[in-house]
Design a protein around this ligand. Structure first.
Ligand SMILES: NC(=O)c1ccc[n+]([C@@H]2O[C@H](COP(=O)([O-])OP(=O)(O)OC[C@H]3O[C@@H](n4cnc5c(N)ncnc54)[C@H](OP(=O)(O)O)[C@@H]3O)[C@@H](O)[C@H]2O)c1
Length: 295
């Protein structure tokens, strides 16, 4: 039985994706910071799908320590991982910092999932069809630069811009991962799920609540928004396909020029590795690009 670890399943696209994976008979492990809600979701999924192999594991993606603990717990309790779906995401109108002092959107949407992926890459390689699926967004195309020197988001913070930058980082790191994993059994792809009615949009002012109500009418539901994730996770025709960006219609799409910029990808990768290796405990080969070229 294939095992999948998926983040962000308490609601929205992640919940719909987890349901389909459970229906498909996978062992579904849901990584969550919201244990009570995830527990309710888990019970409901077991009941409605008849699949009892649904479990939860604690993980707050905004905290490197929590992600580290999640990966260690997973590795101690599971002997295989075939599919990692980095689905969880957030957006906030106000600038906030993570426990490690990093702008919260970048920490949650990019750095945490990046660390989780790095920590689980070894076990994914043991699967004969290991897949990494990163849920990103078309909004990454609005970004003109990725200022890695402003990690706290202190310079001219904007919620939408911070979100778009984190999603650009998702696309770039997917491409880096794919090239680094070339020649192994593991693939890495990313996707835009569509414009989906979910809890993602911040609704902390009456105007945003009003706007949210209006736009929800024309948005897709979560089931429709989960189709590309499910396609990338399960489709036989995608076995061995890696380093691609897919649109909401399950077809391959074109990411922004910046996302495809190899130099920018390397800078982000090296920056991320340095950042994580500075954080105590994360001591691995820090320059995978160097490893790649010296192979
Ligand atoms: N909706 C759209 O139109 C749209 C468009 C493009 C891309 N996306 C992407 O699709 C993905 C799913 O979004 P959605 O629309 O389904 O949003 P959603 O309904 O708000 O669901 C987000 C999920 O992420 C989890 N999450 C948030 N912060 C977390 C943290 N620090 N640690 C662990 N889990 C956390 C939430 O769990 P809690 O219960 O703990 O809050 C929730 O389960 C995101 O990556 C988003 O960027 C969405």
């Amino acid at each position: 039985m294939k095992t999948c670890l998926i983040t962000g399943t308490t609601n929205g696209i992640g919940l719909a994706t987890a349901r389909s994976l459970a229906e498909a008979g996978l062992n579904v492990v849901m990584a969550t910071r919201n244990l009570p809600q995830a527990s309710l979701v888990g019970d409901r999924l077991k009941k409605t799908t008849g699949n009892n192999n649904v479990s939860i594991i604690s993980c707050d993606l905004s905290s490197l320590d929590s992600v580290w603990l999640c990966a260690q717990t997973f590795l101690e309790t599971h002997d295989r991982l075939d599919l990692l779906i980095n689905n969880a995401g957030m957006m906030t109108g106000n600038r906030e910092l993570s426990t490690e002092g990093i702008e919260l959107t970048f920490a949650t949407n990019y750095l945490g999932p990046y660390l989780l992926t790095r920590l689980l890459m070894g076990t994914l390689k043991q699967s004969n069809d290991g897949r990494i699926v990163n849920v990103t967004s078309n909004i990454h195309k609005m970004v003109r630069n990725l200022p890695l020197e402003d990690l706290t988001g202190g310079n001219r913070y904007g919620g939408m811009l911070a979100y778009a930058r984190s999603k650009l980082a998702n696309v770039m790191s997917t491409f880096s991962l794919a090239s680094l994993l070339a020649g192994t059994s593991v693939t890495a792809n990313c996707l835009h799920p569509g414009i989906v009615a979910s809890n993602l949009l911040p609704e902390n002012t009456p105007l945003l609540r009003f706007a949210g109500k209006l736009v929800r009418r024309v948005m897709w539901n979560a089931e429709r928004g989960s189709q590309t994730s499910i396609h990338l996770a399960l489709s036989e025709e995608l076995k061995g396909v890696s380093g691609k960006y897919f649109g909401a219609n399950t077809r391959e799409a074109v990411p922004s020029a910046l996302a495809r910029d190899h130099k920018a990808q390397q800078e982000l990768w090296r920056f991320s590795e340095r950042l994580l290796s500075n954080h105590s405990g994360f001591a691995w080969e820090t320059d995978l690009y160097r490893t790649e070229t010296s192979r």
